[in-house]
Design a protein around this ligand. Structure first.
Ligand SMILES: [Fe+2]
Length: 201
């Protein structure tokens, strides 16, 4: 039982916590995301300012508000497991934010919007991967409140990613014809699994 005594939740022993080996990586992961979300609160306004397409500006502004909510939600997650909310530098988000800053330096408006969307989607995918893992670990340890909070944020990140894809395809990345051009090759690749199966037969 000695190893269980290492962790206390608001003074209460957590002798019955399953999968205790996940506790340390879970708390480290929360600190990583707490740092990442705080970096995004500072970085997203710069992307909004640099974006030209109105729906991209609006989409990013909406996600900025959600991101501020993600910071608060992480504080609730820390609280729910009796830990103090602390940041630990997230090198990945630091790099992704730098890529976003590079995107804002594109001279051509449409190139810049496309590069901003790409950078923002890389951010969302990092967040989706991180929150997915943290939610699953929270469930595995029986931290149900933490799992629910993390799932809420995970869903908002997924929705933001989906919205960015829509913006890219239909609104801000239009070809001169008014349609987003998808080459025949990439359309085919969406069905590649089926085609490969057919070829195998
Ligand atoms: Fe977020």
């Amino acid at each position: 039982m000695r190893q269980h005594e290492k962790h206390s939740m608001g003074g209460a022993a957590v002798a019955e916590m399953p999968n205790e080996h996940l506790h340390e990586p879970f708390v480290e992961g929360l600190k990583d995301m707490y740092d990442a979300e705080k970096r995004l609160v500072k970085a997203i306004p710069k992307l909004v300012k640099a974006a030209s397409c109105e729906s991209l500006k609006q989409g990013l502004s909406k996600h900025l508000k959600e991101t501020a909510g993600h910071v608060n939600r992480l504080e609730k997650v820390f609280q729910s497991i009796g830990e103090t909310a602390k940041t630990k530098t997230c090198p990945a988000m630091k790099g992704l934010v730098e890529e976003g800053a590079d995107a804002t330096n594109e001279d051509d408006e449409r190139s810049r919007d496309a590069a901003i969307i790409a950078a923002a989607q890389k951010v969302e995918h990092y967040e989706i991967a991180s929150y997915g893992t943290l939610r699953t670990w929270a469930e595995a340890m029986g931290h149900n409140e933490a799992a629910d909070l993390l799932e809420e944020t995970l869903n908002e990140e997924k929705a933001a990613d989906k919205k960015l894809t829509e913006i890219a395809k239909t609104e801000c990345n239009k070809a001169e014809s008014g349609e987003f051009e998808v080459s025949e090759e990439s359309e085919e690749s969406e069905d590649s699994d089926e085609e490969e199966t057919e070829e195998e037969q």
